[in-house]
Design a protein around this ligand. Sequence first.
Ligand code: GLN
Length: 492
Amino acid sequence: MTAAGIAAAVRSGQRTARSVLEEHLGRIAAAEADVHAFNLVLHESARAAADAVDAAVAAGRDPGVLAGVPVALKDNLCTRGVPTTCSSRILDGWTPPYDATVVRRLAAEGAVVVGKTNLDEFAMGSSTENSAFGATRNPHDLGRVPGGSSGGSAAAVAAGFAALALGSDTGGSIRQPAALCGVVGAKPTYGLVSRYGLIAFASSLDQIGPFAGSVADAALLLDAISGPDPLDSTSLRDAPPPASARLGAGVDGLRVGVVAELAAAEGISADVVARTREAADALAAAGAKVDEVSVPAAVYGLSAYYLIAPAEASSNLARYDGVRYGLRERGDPGGAGDITDMYLKTRSRGFGAEVKRRIMLGTYALSAGYYDAYYGKAQRVRTLIIRDFAAAYERFDVLLAPTAPSTAFALGEKTADPITMYLNDVCTIPSNLAGHPAISVPFGCGDDGLPVGVQVLAPALGETVMFQAAAALEAAAPPAHVPVTLGGGASQ
Ligand code: GLN
């Protein structure tokens, strides 16, 4: 059942939120041990939230557009009184004293939060293997990764543990796992969704966005969480463009540009290239005017991102010093300065290898002698990418590109070589650098039978047309990939 279908049934009293929740908790009980989508399942608070929704309906009140819809939250979104870990040891024992704005908006619309999902530590990674709590597995093939960093959220939706989920996308962390798990995932325009209560990775790139089983459900969730927020100074002041406004409008006459540099970039596997071409053909058959377009600077996005994101991360993560949050290791009283020793031991033990790598990369890129050569140059590349996209959007309404270079890869396959892992983000990063929205839609499968995702990109605040094109792409997609079968027959 879709999220919209659940909400309609619950609002009209046809179904109880509690029965919807128990169905999802049943699937979690059957298969979570195999998938490990969650850091924490919130059985009791979810039951209380569902019962409150049912009580509201019984009393004749409308609980909201997400009435009774089970939602999973990436565990870098602050939840009041509920541990929020970023899948890191450094936050051991820390519990946020406040809810993220998106969490408050979900509650206000009657959603039921089922749990906190696993991620790559501090959202750094593309496979969810960088979690301090162990990897998440792809529900389509338990020997493969779900993508990352929001792999737990993508897997939770793919496995039917939650109808919807929230993730964060700094360089592709919603879209790439959505593609690998065969679900829809969108990164909104920078500033559309409040980041208040999202634990920062790279503040100029981070955005919260939806995972769903369909384009319409993703739009429903995005519309519920977007909009101005005085608590986030980067949140846009104006009313957001409605993502759901033109879902059924089709693409007749719409100008669609296939990004030449990404559609057949080096390292994109042949089956993904083929699906992207078929997606373009499908939109053309539906009436769109499809042509190739060049966004030359896009190919430098990856290099620029791996300077800018670590630079911002090195600064954002300086706050985990053993004093203010979570873990504190004791300094050696006889040693070289107690407090310095405490910082050193806390950060050495609290952070995993990838987070340390990013902090070192970022600190180096920002150091006095290298600032211009690395950080400054990366910022100039960012400007070029924005300029090239602007030129493309003079001729096109939306753009098309692959989401990830391949289908889901095997657990452990890319952990030994960080660069191979980073290459996963080549097609998703340009949108983050530009601050533009992009959505990944499942489009057939690869040679191995696993899901492939194709991205629709739009200019800033182009969510309405982006979801319009995405809905048409979804309607034209080949019959769904192999269904998920988990826990002895529980399936979506
Ligand atoms: N995979 C990218 C990285 O490791 C993107 C992460 C993200 O979007 N949070 O930085």
